[in-house]
Design a protein around this ligand. Structure first.
Ligand code: PTT
Ligand code: SF4
Length: 610
């Protein structure tokens, strides 16, 4: 196999053993890498009903066949596991030197099981693998711990690790890297913490073997050049994802006051334009010439790397309009290893619960000090932070008193930063995302707004969601590169089959890549259904109640809300197009068509397939 290393590193923390295992050409061909490889391994090896925070859970760090080659934005890896936040399939995508180093050590994915008896970290140096004592860095924030690990193992080491939130099993703890990269929103950091696994430290110096190295080199050069020539490149370099603040405000989709509204009175204070005057440097992932990490000084003089999601959720959604204070909360999340989107949503939920007299804490909208204290309490599970550390769905369930009405999530994952009171297509994207309410698979909102928002529930919206899920959630999550060149700059998708062929020698058109995406989607859905058995229903694919029941009260689109019946019709159109039945479960014929016959037989042990 060229392009792929064809090898997994298996780590059993209970026994303290590691082993390298070759995997088959068939597995690579059917699932490719990244998310595809991860969900297939979880499907085959994770016992249904496993406690996500128990030693039986499996966590996988999976690169794709393009990861690590000198190609545009090829520094990504997927971190996947059964989620302690949602109880279903969970993953996230991280840009880090660790991805490149893993591939250069001759490994495509690390598969971790069991639980170490004491704090540990995994050290991989080319062909040598060791489980080491992490007692000295347990309890340290992610910045400090990463610095210590780099001091011990050299600056070239790639490190992915957790902070105190992961150690304390906070359900929205992420995996972090490089002081400002984070991935694994549905609690992948908590799974690491439950295994007493503080970090993976990876060094690799081998040459990655490509099927056609000369072609790959020239394609890579041309690709980087083409990106530099894209019209929007200059603006992207200035604002990165932060341009979205102004865009969302303009279109009434900026989450505000726990998604009550889509406009924020102080939006200018947290906008990309405001940020432009504050940027001190830019950071990014390896092999990238679009570096989108804009660093500013926070209100305490420390560096903080901003992205739209972080700023909207820790800014407008909690009513905070000072960018340097938002940056402080953002920096805290990175140090604590806490997902910024969920953290913002949880704080907003707490603010609203306090306002309604259901949570006895002293906090109000826009209260920076209160938010700062609460973040620390959540990460350390102190006081009200304990119940909030479970995420908004579980916290609302425990609190009662109607709190579920203002718990903004899908399937237990807090929504990312797009208010959908008048965006049914984006609401469908959140509803059907394979990990809960995340925008990464189908960010259709820009298309939805530009193509006539008022043609509200047209079935073409289901087509668009599926198209994006195929490209973003299927192809990009499997090949191991960042999707930003395509979605942000218009770098043509046709580049990717060319890169893929030069790397692997396998000719695969975009249609085949999308078919692979459909296979991966069906299997992720099967994973959810197997975990839920008879309790699975189409209600799981509904967006938060607030968007149906509580019209917005401000801005040009004041009075907007979603319509339940029409959403349900749109959802049905989505199922029909995917070949899933009325429950949202792939039919037997669909599974067979996607070459998932054996997986269908396994699923039939839990639910009857139509
Ligand atoms: C991603 C989610 C996002 S999506 C953001 S900002 W974004 C938040 N970032 C966080 C952060 O920072 N710190 C923190 N403590 N928590 C955070 N939570 C949020 O996590 C990220 C970029 C971004 S920035 C996006 S959209 C793109 N995502 C990609 C993807 O998913 N796949 C892919 N093939 N390419 C992508 N390119 C872009 O990568 P999750 P990163 Mg992230 C600090 O992982 O779990 O999917 O959540 O990985 O290396 O930081 O790059 O406006
Ligand atoms: Fe990383 Fe941003 Fe570059 Fe994508 S564009 S690879 S997220 S730095």
């Amino acid at each position: 196999m060229k392009g792929w290393n064809g090898r997994l590193l298996r780590v059993d923390l209970t026994r303290g053993k590691t082993a390298v295992q070759e995997y088959s050409v068939d597995l690579a061909g059917r699932f490719m890498g990244g998310r595809g490889l991860a969900v297939k391994l979880l499907w085959d090896e994770l016992k249904p009903g496993t406690d996500p925070l128990g030693p039986g859970n499996i966590i996988i760090f999976a690169t794709g066949p393009l990861t690590g080659f000198i190609l545009p934005n090829s520094g990504k890896m997927v971190v996947a596991s059964k989620s302690p936040l949602t109880g279903g399939y969970g993953d996230g995508n991280l840009g880090t030197q660790a991805s490149v180093n893993l591939r250069k050590s001759g490994i495509d994915a690390v598969v971790v099981t069991g639980r170490a008896t004491k704090p540990s970290y995994l050290l991989v140096e080319d062909d040598t693998t060791e489980i080491r004592d992490a007692s000295g860095i347990w309890g340290l924030n992610a910045y400090k711990a990463e610095r210590e690990l780099k001091e011990a193992h050299g600056r070239a080491a790639g490190v992915v690790l957790i902070g105190p939130a992961g150690e304390n099993h906070v359900r929205a703890a992420t995996v972090v890297s490089q002081e400002g990269r984070a991935g694994g929103r549905p609690g992948m950091g908590a799974v690491m913490g439950s295994k007493n696994l503080k970090a993976l430290v990876l060094r690799g110096r081998k040459e990655l073997a490509a099927a056609d190295p000369d072609r790959l080199r020239s394609l890579g050069r041309e690709g980087y050049q083409a990106i530099l020539g894209k019209e929007n490149y200059g603006f992207w370099k200035r604002q990165g994802t932060m341009a979205t603040v102004e865009w969302c405000q303009e279109h009434s989709t900026l989450p505000t006051h726990n998604f009550r509204e889509g406009v924020f009175d102080e939006a200018d204070g947290i906008s990309g334009t405001t940020m432009e005057g504050m940027v001190t440097r830019q950071k990014g992932c390896p092999n990238c010439n679009m570096t989108c990490g804009n660093v500013i000084e926070d209100s305490e003089g420390r560096e903080s790397e901003l992205d739209y999601e972080n700023v909207a959720m820790l800014g407008s959604d909690i009513g905070l309009g000072d960018l340097r204070e938002v940056a402080t909360l953002n920096r805290m999340c990175d140090e604590l290893g806490l997902d910024t989107i969920s953290a913002g949503s949880i704080i907003a939920f707490a603010m609203e619960s306090a306002e309604r007299g259901l949570l006895d804490i002293d906090i109000e909208w826009g209260d920076f000090e209160g938010a700062r204290d609460l973040l620390t309490d959540i990460a350390h599970r102190r006081g009200a932070g304990d119940i909030l550390s479970l995420g908004v769905r579980a916290a609302a369930g425990k609190m009662g008193g109607g709190a579920s009405d203002w718990a903004i999530h899908v399937k237990g994952l807090e929504c990312s930063a797009y208010d959908c009171h008048l965006c049914p297509g984006m609401a469908l994207s959140f509803g059907t995302s394979p990990i809960g309410a995340h925008h990464k698979d189908a960010w259709v909102i820009s298309w939805e707004i530009s193509s006539g928002r008022r043609a509200e529930y047209a079935p073409e919206k289901a087509d668009k969601v599926i198209e994006f899920q195929r490209i973003r959630g299927g192809m990009f999550e499997a090949i191991g590169t960042c999707r930003f060149p395509w979605i942000e700059l218009g770098f043509e998708l046709e580049w990717y089959p060319r890169f893929f062929e030069a790397a692997t020698g396998v000719k695969m058109g975009l249609d085949e890549m999308y078919a692979l995406g459909d296979r991966v989607y069906a299997l992720m859905r099967a994973f959810w259904v197997r975990e839920h058995g008879g309790s699975w229903s189409r209600q799981m694919d509904y967006p938060p109640r607030r968007w149906f029941d509580e019209p917005t009260t401000k801005g040009p689109l004041k009075g907007s809300h979603l319509d339940r019946d029409r959403y349900d019709t749109l959802l049905q159109a989505y199922y029909d197009r995917r070949g899933w039945d009325d429950r949202g479960i792939p039919t037997r014929a669909t599974m067979d068509r996607l070459n998932l016959g054996a997986e269908a037989a396994e699923l039939e042990r839990y639910v009857k397939l139509n």
